[in-house]
Design a protein around this ligand. Structure first.
Ligand SMILES: [Zn+2]
Length: 65
């Protein structure tokens, strides 16, 4: 008697068995989608606002004649 689980990504019912390498997902695609979301969440870094680098304004530099 196989246990059926719902794919965490799309909700499709799948049989839970060791031969399903994508479990608990229904397919590789759903697995990758979920992993991608997880990775995005994990590696999300706070946005650091950086001031623009001050670039020396060379326009006012006197040019020797
Ligand atoms: Zn799925």
């Amino acid at each position: 008697m196989a246990k059926t689980v719902a794919c965490p990504n799309c909700g499709t019912g799948i049989e839970w068995n060791p031969e399903n390498r994508f479990r608990p997902f229904c397919s590789e695609r759903c697995k990758m989608v979920d992993l991608g979301a997880w990775a995005t969440e994990r590696y999300r870094v706070p946005v650091v606002e950086t001031d623009e680098l001050e670039v020396p304004d060379e326009g006012d530099s006197p040019k020797p004649n």
